[in-house]
Ligand binder design. Structure first.
Ligand code: PMV
Length: 352
């Protein structure tokens, strides 16, 4: 039987993260870092998940399938690790419930260039690529919109509350605008960006803490929800401002007005700080980027939690100051990536 390889891009939210969970507009792009899933057959029955080069997950799990048994997916003694791979587990459960798959030994190998829990869409990428590879392997569908919807359902099941933004970008690539919870694909010019990431997760970190960090988005989204309930009348204005900001940012990109685009990124960052998702280390990276000449800088993705080491990412529109910004972020201890927007979406291929 052939093998299937599916690869998908990472995402960067340019404007509107968090606010999009409540129906506000958000603009996101695919970036040129990819996650790959290879599905092949295995003599031993069950799902064998191998997560190759993500340090934390450098272990092998046997998601043995015992339909009708007391527990459908025993994880043997990998209790905490099972939390960390919640997205993979849920993907398999979801596909088994909704499609005719399974019944034979399958190996699922995941490798990634996307830093984990960094706000760059590693969880959505995992869902989309695993779903695409398994669906193709079992011959139950290759339609992109179907894959996107499946992946979004899985993300919601794990996270509780997830907007369609990450899974849309992983599936379609390019740029997407989320408006009224609908995904709209956009044709926009390529941008050069600098991303600074705090984290990812050191090898020395114990597995319980690691598992908690890997579900960071869920935790932060819950915290925003609680704060929004406490300060409902104030947050209403902040959320409306964020919505208008995304609309103006889109116009700035279309007109190639990068000075305005940068200024809007700075405002967006301020709104994210106001809703409490900017930890100290990410705040420092944004200030350093601005001070080093960036046209604009902001947290991207879920943000971070001080009590979890501030793991997360910032995005800078570098203008003429790319090298200075990169050096400043590196000195501050960030993993620095030069990225391009508009990367191609899901690619699937069969090989032997
Ligand atoms: O940090 P990430 O890549 O998990 O992105 C989260 C983006 C949020 O807007 C905070 C949540 C969502 O579902 O859109």
């Amino acid at each position: 039987m052939g093998k299937i390889r599916a690869s998908v891009p990472a995402k960067a939210i340019l404007f509107g993260e968090h606010f999009v969970v409540y129906g506000k507009r958000a603009l996101a792009t695919a970036i040129n870092r990819r996650l790959t899933v290879v599905v092949s057959s295995k003599a031993e029955s069950g799902y064998h998940v191998k997560i190759a080069n993500i340090p934390t997950f450098g272990l092998q799990l046997n998601l043995e399938h015992e339909k009708g048994g007391r527990e459908a997916y025993p994880y043997k003694d990998y209790d905490n690790a099972s939390k960390a791979i919640a997205y993979v587990k849920k993907t398999i459960e979801y596909l088994e419930e909704n499609y005719e798959i399974g019944g034979e030994g399958v190996e699922i190998e995941i490798s990634s260039e996307i830093p984990l829990s960094a706000g760059l869409g590693s969880s959505a990428a995992t869902c989309v690529a695993t779903i695409a590879a398994l669906k193709e392997y079992f011959g139950v569908g290759t339609d992109l919109e179907g894959i996107r919807k499946d992946a979004h359902s899985v993300e919601k099941a794990v996270q509780g509350n997830a907007s369609p933004v990450d899974t849309a970008i992983s599936t379609y690539g390019g740029y997407v605008l989320i408006e009224n919870a609908e995904v709209k694909r956009l044709e926009l010019a390529e941008l050069d960006l600098v991303i600074g990431t705090i984290g990812s997760i050191p090898l020395s970190m114990d597995i319980t803490k690691t598992a908690e960090i890997s579900l960071k988005t869920k935790r932060i989204v819950e915290e925003v929800k609680a704060r929004r309930e406490t300060f409902s009348s104030i947050f209403e204005h902040i959320f409306d401002a964020a919505d208008e900001l995304t609309a103006q940012a889109l116009r700035a990109i279309e007109r190639e007005d990068f000075v305005k685009l940068g200024a809007l990124m700075n405002v967006n960052h301020g709104l994210l700080d106001a809703i409490g998702v900017v930890p100290r280390r990410l705040s420092e990276l944004v200030k350093l980027s601005q001070e080093s000449g960036a046209l604009g800088a902001k947290v991207t993705g879920a943000g971070g939690l001080d009590k979890r080491g501030g793991v997360g990412s910032v995005l800078a529109l570098p203008g003429e100051s790319k090298d200075r910004i990169k050096v400043a972020l590196e000195i501050a201890g960030a993993l620095v990536m030069d990225v391009k927007t508009g990367e191609t979406g899901l690619k699937t291929e069969k090989f032997v």
